[in-house]
Write a protein that binds this ligand. Structure first.
Ligand SMILES: [Zn+2]
Length: 278
């Protein structure tokens, strides 16, 4: 299966998956370039909750949504609290969190929809974005998997919701584990490593101990959860990009010591509002 590619369109540089677009889901993962934000948020900061000027964030969001042929009124955001809670959303949620963080879905880190034209959105600076798509049932999902969400099996929970609510079959589902902090940079303390090893006992190679540094391969941990659910390995794409290694393209919470912007992960099902399931 082909991999993520960079595209430059309407003055925006982003990662996307042409193979998914052919099957009916467009995805975008933004870079940090060519936006309106200044200082530490330079320049395409997509998140309202990080201390940037809201006017700049909204201008950035509008610019990216325009590229997708849509606008803020079709965007749905969740508050991203490192939980494993997943919400099913339809057109009645359109616009939630798009202009104000306060009305984003509370206590939620995963979004699932079967509504064409609705833009699911989550935001990142090192945590791992997981994009999910069932081209048979026409269902799209996104979840935010930092280390806490990964420990809470947020990706497995999202797959369970796709399965229970929309009858998605694991054999049909496609998964893109997007850019985030990779095993080269995600150093953790010994006490957390112990917890990881007891939670994922069959996968002890996800923890790498070398020269007194302990590192955790979050993307590989998520990939194994997806395989364990039954998704064929050939339908899983893992991003080669580490956000901490590449602050020239991405924001990195760790590398930039907390004060920085966020990239957006966005997914939209093709087809327009008229095709919505009752
Ligand atoms: Zn790295």
């Amino acid at each position: 299966m082909s991999q993520e590619i960079w595209q430059f369109q309407n003055d925006i540089t982003y990662l996307t998956l042409p193979t998914w677009e052919e099957k009916g889901a467009r995805i975008i993962f933004t870079s940090r370039h060519t936006g309106h934000s200044q200082g530490a948020y330079m320049s395409l900061n997509m998140a309202l909750h990080v201390g940037d000027y809201p006017e700049a964030v909204l201008a950035n969001r509008k610019k990216v949504l325009q590229l997708m042929g849509t606008d803020l009124s079709h965007m749905v955001c969740c508050q991203q609290v490192h939980s494993n809670q997943v919400a099913v959303v339809d057109s009645s949620y359109a616009g939630r969190g798009s202009q104000h963080y306060e009305d984003a879905l509370p206590s939620t880190d995963g979004l699932v929809t079967a509504t064409p034209g609705l833009v699911l959105a989550t935001f990142y600076a090192d945590c791992i974005p997981v994009f999910l798509f069932d081209p048979v049932r026409k269902v799209a999902a996104l979840c935010h998997s930092g280390w806490k969400g990964t420990m809470g099996l947020i990706t497995t929970k999202t797959l369970e919701v796709m399965s229970s609510q929309f009858n998605c079959q694991p054999a049909d589902i496609m998964v893109y584990i997007g850019p985030g902090i990779s095993s080269c940079c995600f150093e953790i303390q010994a006490d957390l490593a112990d917890k990881v090893l007891s939670a994922f006992a069959a996968d002890d190679d996800i923890i790498i101990s070398k020269q007194k540094r302990i590192r955790w391969d979050l993307k590989e941990t998520i990939r194994r959860c997806v395989i364990n659910f039954g998704v064929p390995e050939s339908q899983i794409i893992v991003s080669s990009w580490c956000t901490s290694c590449h602050t020239d393209y991405f924001y990195s919470f760790r590398k930039e010591q907390g004060i920085t912007g966020r990239m957006a992960a966005l997914i939209i099902l093709a087809g327009g509002k008229s095709n919505e399931e009752p």
